[in-house]
Design a protein around this ligand. Structure first.
Ligand code: BTN
Length: 327
């Protein structure tokens, strides 16, 4: 159910001239003009600016910068039943917050966005630098009804979907480095962290976390990341509309999740993976359990495992590990 604030914004953005009369808003929202004005005050407090003219009514003249729940929500093209989202100013980790909300019984699916994380995490417990409000930190929470063994390709499938969305949205060419990195020419622009709680033979809940460098200033990275990190805006040639991107991402993630749980993803997974995979055919070393395995990457199998042909021509299969490319 859209809030009155969402409805006011939707009405204003839907008009070609931008102007909408107080009377039209009141009748659309089914409330008095004073009540409408009250909701507009709430929007003003959130950073929206309105111009008022006696003969024309109101129009939106400025929006808050950065991530905003209403601006995401009103631009959603796909809204599954019961889906909700929150935008937090600051949180330890959106994955941890989503886990807490799932544990307290919040209905899934939902998304937790944050403008900043104080303890953003990556694979192997690494720090995910999350100080820039210009980047995206989001976790999607689900309660899937699929057996745990079906989840092996989940992150890879979500990765190809996120990459296709970024490619279409920003007119850029991202790549995927198995299993969870979104890259541009060897520089990392995003990472995914999927976490599931499993009871016996059943998934209790699932969290898909995504960190995506969108609009952060190029000189803002810590020294150790200055050469290895990149933002989508650098490649797109300008800042991206953050809330529109977030809304498009929500739609894509929800559709991708549905396709995955229905088993529909199997038809297109291999093609999409091959389109974005940056490792296939490259010489690389896989580090797994402290051991180094050099070879040439062949691709991934149906279960999402990485296939590596070693010096002796044998193909090895890796379910986990860290890949470094030879120069
Ligand atoms: C990786 O590259 O190892 C994965 C990084 C995942 C980072 C995202 S940011 C949103 C969500 N919250 C976290 O603490 N981690 C993920």
């Amino acid at each position: 159910m859209p809030t009155p604030e969402n409805m006011i914004l939707r009405e204003m953005l839907a008009r070609e001239t931008g102007w909408v009369s107080g009377m039209a808003l009141a009748s659309k929202l089914g409330m008095s003009r004073v009540a409408v004005w009250h909701h507009m005050e709430k929007l003003r407090a959130q950073g929206f600016g309105f111009e008022a003219k006696r003969a024309l009514g109101y129009r939106l003249v400025s929006r808050p910068e950065g991530l905003h729940a209403t601006l995401i929500d009103m631009q959603l093209k796909v809204r599954p039943r019961g889906f909700s989202l929150v935008v937090l100013d600051e949180v330890d980790s959106t994955n941890d917050e989503a886990a807490r909300q799932l544990a307290s019984g919040r209905a899934a699916p939902f998304a937790v966005f944050a403008r900043r994380q104080t303890r953003g995490r990556g694979r192997f417990g690494r720090v995910w630098h999350s100080e820039f409000p210009g980047n995206l930190y989001v976790s999607f929470a689900f309660r899937p009804r699929v057996p745990p063994e079906r989840m092996q390709t989940f992150t890879l499938w979500m990765g190809v979907n996120v990459c296709e969305l970024i490619a279409n949205f920003a007119r850029v060419t991202p790549g995927l480095k198995w299993p969870n990195d979104i890259v541009f020419d060897g520089r990392k622009a995003g990472g995914m962290l999927t976490e599931a709680r499993i009871d016996a033979d059943r998934i209790r809940d699932l969290i898909f976390g995504l960190g995506l460098n969108v609009n952060a200033p190029p000189d803002g990275w810590p020294a150790d990341l200055a050469r290895s990190a990149v933002c989508v805006s650098e490649l797109a040639g300008g800042a991206l509309d953050f809330n529109r991107l977030a809304a498009a991402l929500v739609g894509r993630v929800i559709l991708a999740y549905q396709a995955f749980t229905d088993g529909e993803h199997e038809k297109s997974f291999a093609d999409l993976w091959n389109r974005f995979d940056v490792l296939r055919g490259r010489r690389a070393t896989v580090i797994e359990g402290g051991r180094r395995h050099p070879g040439t990457v062949v691709g991934v199998d149906d279960e999402g495992a990485l296939l590596l042909r070693d010096e002796g021509g044998r193909t090895q299969r890796f379910r986990a590990g860290e890949v470094t490319l030879e120069k």
